[in-house]
Design a protein around this ligand. Structure first.
Ligand code: C2E
Ligand code: C2E
Length: 89
């Protein structure tokens, strides 16, 4: 296979997240708000999350990490590049 470079980061698009219906984005929005509070970082248009946080979110959404990643890509919250981050699980 072609060289792909380092594992991409999981970068949440916060503006896109805020446009989504509450029933979809609610749990993600609460999780992200907790991370922002822990970091004291409220100013970004995007937020990088830990790989392990995607695992936790997958449990919250009752999906596998791969399934949740596809959902978040469909919602426009994650870049398609994120698939490679989850393959590394
Ligand atoms: P911690 O895990 O003990 O991390 C302490 C500090 O180490 C962080 O302070 C940050 O400055 C740095 N740090 C740790 N891991 C990374 C990393 O992967 N990348 C970068 N750039 N820096 C890192 P900070 O940001 O003020 O966070 C305070 C605490 O809030 C963290 O303590 C952790 O308990 C929690 N936290 C922050 N962000 C996250 C997150 O994305 N996921 C989770 N699960 N917890 C987080
Ligand atoms: P990053 O800062 O570029 O870190 C990339 C990877 O390096 C992290 O992936 C983690 O595997 C490792 N790493 C970096 N700093 C630390 C550290 O202090 N302790 C440990 N144990 N590992 C570290 P990971 O965990 O998937 O995080 C992805 C990105 O999420 C990080 O990229 C950073 O942008 C953000 N992030 C994660 N945790 C924190 C945090 O506690 N505070 C802040 N401010 N950002 C964080």
């Amino acid at each position: 296979p072609a060289p792909l470079g380092p594992t991409p980061k999981l970068v949440i698009d916060l503006e896109r997240m805020q446009q989504l219906p509450q029933d979809k984005a609610g749990p993600l929005a609460r999780y992200v708000a907790t991370i922002q509070s822990q970091r004291g970082d409220y100013n970004g248009r995007v937020l990088s999350i830990r790989q392990e946080d995607l695992r936790s979110l997958a449990v919250i959404y009752d999906r596998s990490p791969g399934e949740l990643t596809e959902e978040l890509i469909n919602w426009g919250v994650l870049d398609p590049e994120a698939r490679r981050a989850v393959e590394a699980f």
